[in-house]
Design a binder for this molecule. Structure first.
Ligand SMILES: *[C@@H]1O[C@H](CO)[C@@H](O)[C@H](O)[C@H]1NC(C)=O
Ligand SMILES: *[C@@H]1O[C@H](CO)[C@@H](O)[C@H](O)[C@H]1NC(C)=O
Length: 383
C-alpha cells in the first residue's frame, strides 16, 4: 500500500477550519465589499523587485509604466498572497527571495491586504474579481506597450491568490503562459464556475500543489498537472508545529515546498497515478513515471502526481524508490479521464457553509442564509 491515510489523522487535519468561517465576518463593520470595480484601485498595489532593488521596490502605476523599470528584459514572476496576507507576508517573504537568489528575474508582489482582512472571508472572496481585473490591467498594459514579452510572465498564487490567478484570465487579452496555484482556496469555491476558480483553461500551463485538501485547499485536480504531497491532507510535522491549527500549517506547506523547489538539489519527485481516489485505495503503481514538482516542473507534464516529504525543512526527499507493486495493481486499468466522482467531490465540514454560485451574489441574501443556518445549528461547531 502506498497510502497510509487513516481517519483520525484526517479529522485532526481539519481542526481549526474556523480560519475561513464566513459567519465570523458578517457582523463586523470593518468588513466591506468593494463597490466599484474600477482599476487602478488604491487597495490593489503592485511592487516591483529585482535583485538590485530587493529592499527598495518600485511601486508601479499600471497607467503610467516606466519601460526602464523592466530593463534589461528578464522573466517576470507575479506573486499573489492569500487571505490576511500582504506583500511581505507568506508566500512573498520566502518565495520572493528564493526567486531573486536563484536567477535574474523581476518579481511583482501584489498587495491587496485591505480587501482580504480577517475576519472578513466572505467579503474577501467577493473582492477577488477586482484584484484580478486590476492585475489583468497591469499585464495588458505591460504587453500592449511591449514592455514585457508574453512568454516571460508567470503568476504564482497562494490560496485565495490561486483563485485570483484563475480569475485574472477572465480579463486578459491573451492567455498567459503559466500559472502556478499553491493550495488554491476551497471555502466558497466548491460550486463556483470555472470563471471564478483556477482551472487548466486559465493558462497554457497550469501547475497546482495541494496540501490541505480537507480544509482550506481544493482536493479536486485543477491544472494540467496536480501534485499531492503526502496525499494532500495532513502534512508531516504540522500537528507538532501548530497543534491548535494544523490546517493552517498544512495549507502553507504548498508555498514552502515551492520555495524550496526553486533551489533544491534533491528535488520533489512525484509519481504519477490516475487519481487521488486510486491513491487512497493504494492502487497506484510504484513503477509509474516520476516527475519534478514545483518551480522546475516540465510544462509538458499532464496528470496527477503523489509524493512524500520530510516533516521539516529541507522537505524534499528526491526520487522515490519503492518496491515493485505491479503484480498487485496490474488488474486495475482505470482511465484518468473519467473522474466524475472526484471532480464533484470536495471534503469539508458538513454542509453549513453555503456556496457562492457567481460573483454577483447579493451579500444581503447570503447574509440571510448564513444567519438562518447559524440559528438553526447554534450548538454545533461550525462546520
Ligand atoms: C480601500 O480600503 C478602505 C479600507 O481600508 C476602504 O475604506 C476603501 O473604500 C477602499 N477603497 C477602494 C477603492 O476599494
Ligand atoms: C544579486 O546581487 C548580489 C549582490 O550584488 C550578487 O552577489 C548576486 O550574484 C546577485 N544574484 C543574482 C541572481 O544575480
Amino acid at each position: 500500500m502506498t497510502s497510509n491515510t487513516n481517519s483520525s489523522c484526517l479529522i485532526s487535519a481539519t481542526v481549526g477550519f474556523s480560519y475561513a468561517n464566513p459567519l465570523v465576518g458578517l457582523v463586523d463593520s470593518a468588513c466591506f465589499v468593494v463597490k466599484s470595480d474600477e482599476c487602478p484601485n488604491q487597495n490593489v498595489t503592485f511592487w516591483l523587485y529585482s535583485n538590485a532593488t530587493r529592499d527598495a521596490p518600485v511601486l508601479l502605476n499600471p497607467l503610467d509604466l516606466n519601460p526602464w523599470d523592466f530593463q534589461p528584459p528578464r522573466p517576470l514572476k507575479i506573486l499573489l498572497h492569500g487571505y490576511t496576507g500582504y506583500r511581505d507576508f507568506a508566500p512573498n517573504d520566502y518565495i520572493r527571495p528564493a526567486l531573486l537568489d536563484n536567477e535574474d528575474v523581476y518579481v511583482i508582489s501584489i498587495d491587496y491586504a485591505p480587501l482580504v482582512r480577517a475576519p472578513c472571508y466572505i467579503q474577501a472572496v467577493q473582492n477577488l474579481p477586482v484584484v484580478a481585473k486590476c492585475l489583468a490591467q497591469l499585464i495588458n498594459e505591460l504587453l500592449s506597450r511591449g514592455i514585457v514579452q508574453h512568454d516571460a510572465i508567470h503568476i504564482i498564487g497562494f490560496s485565495l491568490g490561486g483563485q485570483v490567478a484563475g480569475q485574472t484570465a477572465n480579463y486578459l487579452k491573451r492567455k498567459l503562459k503559466r500559472i502556478t496555484g499553491l493550495d488554491p482556496a476551497k471555502p466558497l469555491f466548491i460550486l463556483g464556475s470555472d470563471q471564478r476558480r483556477l482551472d487548466a483553461g486559465d493558462a497554457e500551463f497550469v501547475d497546482v500543489i495541494h496540501t490541505d485538501t480537507l480544509g482550506r485547499g481544493m482536493l479536486r485536480s485543477m491544472g494540467h498537472v496536480d501534485f499531492y504531497p503526502n496525499f494532500g491532507a495532513l502534512q508531516p510535522g504540522c500537528l507538532e508545529e501548530l497543534p491548535n491549527d494544523p490546517g493552517s500549517c498544512n495549507h502553507e506547506r504548498a508555498p514552502r515546498f515551492y520555495a524550496e523547489s526553486i533551489k533544491s538539489k534533491l528535488g520533489f519527485w512525484g509519481r504519477q497515478c490516475s487519481s487521488w481516489l486510486i491513491y487512497l485505495f493504494g492502487l497506484c503503481s510504484t513503477r509509474a513515471p516520476q516527475a519534478l514538482m514545483g518551480y522546475h516542473v516540465s510544462s509538458e507534464l499532464l496528470g496527477v502526481y503523489f509524493l512524500k516529504t520530510h516533516s521539516k525543512s529541507p522537505y524534499a526527499l528526491g526520487k522515490q524508490d519503492e518496491e515493485d507493486n505491479t503484480k498487485y495493481v496490474a488488474k486495475f486499468h482505470l482511465n484518468s479521464r473519467h473522474r466524475e466522482i472526484e471532480d464533484d467531490y470536495e471534503p469539508q465540514w458538513g454542509e453549513t457553509i453555503p456556496e457562492l454560485q457567481s460573483n454577483d451574489v447579493e451579500v444581503n441574501e447570503l447574509e440571510r442564509q448564513l444567519i438562518y443556518e447559524e440559528q438553526e445549528k447554534l450548538d454545533e461547531p461550525l462546520a
